[in-house]
Design a protein around this ligand. Structure first.
Ligand code: RAM
Length: 350
């Protein structure tokens, strides 16, 4: 039910290709702080809601945080975004401390490391802030809620299926180009990809290496080049990071490996379109980052307003996305990953 709704929402967005996601989100605002199909209930106004992405210069987070901004405007709060330019483990600590000192009501954070920012987050919580992780979780003891883009199992199954289909029935060696070595989200997906690869239908695929581009474009590009030099029989690469998959695609498309070594991953349609069209990539996946940020902002607002506490079964309304229920381990699930290919990629603009 929920997944069907999400799929339709993505398809419906196709009709909005001329608009940016931010514009699309604004267009759905009731204009008076309420949202179509739902009320803001007793959501407090004036909440200070800050987004702290893994890194600020990453188009994926620009889109997710703009989704958050639209939600914060709808609930008449005050939005801000801050964060490091490099996705290193402890780089977010000083930003968390500053947000706490500024009496921020809600910190919405994608963690570069599940433990490194825990102390700072718990201090901020003691000072009165609610902490919502989104995209990449911390240890659950350091936050009030985690907004999960899709189940880790679903993402892992999707990525392995896509590389298997791209490589073809003969299978062969594959490798993973990840983000940073400490990233909670990528590490969870990689572990589950290994489990998935143990299934009989993938017996002909052999994972030979996992390397880290640190969500830096140039490092991801160089790591791709090195992978191919090190593994001359490589048949495919999975890069479950928007930065990594775009850099790997750029390398492959300008090399003799184009179309011979397959690539899939988690990418944004705008970064990947050209590589789908030139035959470097057959299919890749993602969720709607704008919806993820939007949902996280509403969840944070509901927490800071005392509408929910984060316990399993708590329900809240996230504006245009409708009602969500808090699941196990104080986690809220956005939906299913969505696969993009030559047949649909042009319909999306983010
Ligand atoms: C990068 C980041 C982010 C991840 C996406 C798929 O932008 O690593 O955390 O969710 O890729």
């Amino acid at each position: 039910m929920r997944s069907g709704t999400k799929r339709i929402r993505l398809v419906a967005m196709a009709a909005l290709t001329a608009l940016t996601f931010a514009t699309a989100a604004c267009a759905e605002d009731g204009g008076d702080g309420t949202t179509p199909g739902g009320s803001t209930g007793t959501m407090k106004t004036g909440l200070k809601i800050a987004f702290l992405p893994k890194q600020v210069n990453n188009p994926y987070f620009t889109t997710s945080d703009n989704g958050g901004k639209a939600a914060v405007e709808e609930i008449k709060g005050s939005y801000s975004e801050t964060g490091p330019s490099e996705a290193s483990p402890s780089a977010q600590v000083s930003y968390i401390n500053t947000l706490s000192q500024q009496n921020t009501d809600v910190i919405v954070v994608s963690a570069n490391d599940k433990d490194a920012i825990c102390g700072a987050l718990n201090e901020a919580r003691q000072a009165g802030a609610k902490v919502v992780t989104f995209d990449s979780d911390t240890n659950p003891t350091c936050r009030d809620l985690f907004i999960n883009q899709a189940t880790a199992e679903g993402i892992a199954a999707n990525q392995v299926k896509l590389i298997s289909e791209a490589v073809g029935p003969d299978g062969g060696e594959i490798a993973i180009l990840s983000a940073t070595a400490n990233a909670t989200n990528q590490n969870a997906w990689i572990e589950l990809m290994k489990t998935e690869l143990g299934k009989p239908e993938y017996a002909k695929l052999k994972l030979v290496d996992t390397v880290y581009g640190d969500d830096q474009d140039q490092k991801s590009f160089t790591e791709t080049q090195a992978l191919l030099a090190k593994h001359p029989n490589l048949k495919g690469i999975i890069s479950p990071t928007t930065v990594g998959v775009a850099a790997a695609a750029r390398y492959l498309s300008g090399s003799t490996y184009k179309g011979k070594v397959q690539l899939t991953g988690l990418g944004t349609p705008n970064q990947m379109k050209a590589f789908v069209k030139d035959g470097t990539v057959k299919a890749f996946a993602l969720w709607n980052p704008a919806d993820l940020g939007y949902l996280a902002a509403y969840a944070g607002g509901a927490l800071a307003s005392g509408l929910i506490t984060g316990k399993e079964g708590d329900k809240f309304t996230a504006g245009k996305l409708g009602e969500y229920t808090v699941g196990k381990d104080a986690t809220v699930l956005l939906g299913d990953p969505f696969t993009f290919n030559a047949g649909n990629v042009d319909q999306f603009n983010f």
